[in-house]
Design a protein around this ligand. Sequence first.
Ligand SMILES: C[S@@+](CC[C@H](N)C(=O)[O-])C[C@H]1O[C@@H](n2cnc3c(N)ncnc32)[C@H](O)[C@@H]1O
Length: 339
Amino acid sequence: MNVLTPTVAGVRSRTDATPGAGAAEAQGHRPVLLHPLIESLQPQPGSIAVDGTFGAGGVTAALIERVVPGGRVIAVDRDPEAVAMGQRRFARQRETVTVVTGDFAELDEIVHSCGVDAADSVVLDLGISSLQLDDPQRGFSFRFDGPLDMRMNRAQGATAADLVSQWSVDELAAVIRDYGDERWARPIATAIVRSRERTPLLNTAQLRDIVEATVPRRFWPKHIHPATRTFQALRIAVNHELVSLEHGLQASIHILRPGGRLGVISFHSLEDTLVKNSLHVAAQNCVCPPQQPHCTCAHRATLHLTSRKAIRPDAAELSANPRARSARLRVAEKLDPSR
Ligand SMILES: C[S@@+](CC[C@H](N)C(=O)[O-])C[C@H]1O[C@@H](n2cnc3c(N)ncnc32)[C@H](O)[C@@H]1O
């Protein structure tokens, strides 16, 4: 098992008056940082925008408003249920928006298969949507009892129940520690394995109860439920989120035309670190070790970072939705390779 770096995502919300937000709220998910995202990307009428994480379509709706007349939005989500809702919602705008199922790890191929060569704007708004989180049948939340599923695409791959029933204590502890940043990872992993020897571990409430019983109450985190990190870690593992993100960033850079912009919203510091490091490397003309006297890497910058620091939600957004507090937006512009 390849344990990379931890990441998480969560519910997003926004409070300003960016076009498209109201429709997204009506769909049950309010994207965070929508206004700074759209202002940073500046999609123009007639341009091509790619939304790699369609969700409930809030970002897509805002992109549509900016690219018309004459432009196009290609919207992708790995969740076929989100895509089906999106196709219904935008059925009357088929000439402008195409909503397709796919993993943004293959964003360049997906966009090409829609008959588009290159994009002017690409968005990755990472994590899961409120629609997914708030559906007990999806198994993402410890707040409801439901099957321990956690797959973004319920037609593919192993569920969280499969992982907790098959992995060793060491494997579970590594994932819960590395993806969840959970200091009680090993006791939780041990308790999971002990519990499954008695009863199959199939539901979210069972997992929540195991974590609650394992972490002594005086060590429960102040602002989050003690099972938050374990659920987050399993979700990341089930969906191979970090591998997808690494590939998705490269595919996004690849599909951008020179001068086009990429905006990535992450919800967890470890996820943001991956984004920050990948964009930083793509913005370097040399990636040789600093102690090496001469460059031998032949690496050339493909991106320009529009700001060194990530954009954070403002006070109004934070007060309306404290859960937006970890959200960070990073924006980069594709350089012209012939420069
Ligand atoms: C935070 S939500 C996006 C919300 C969306 N921007 C909106 O305004 O409604 C993240 C979405 O990305 C999707 N997703 C996560 N990882 C993905 C991947 N590797 N490829 C495609 N979609 C992905 C999830 O299924 C989820 O619907």
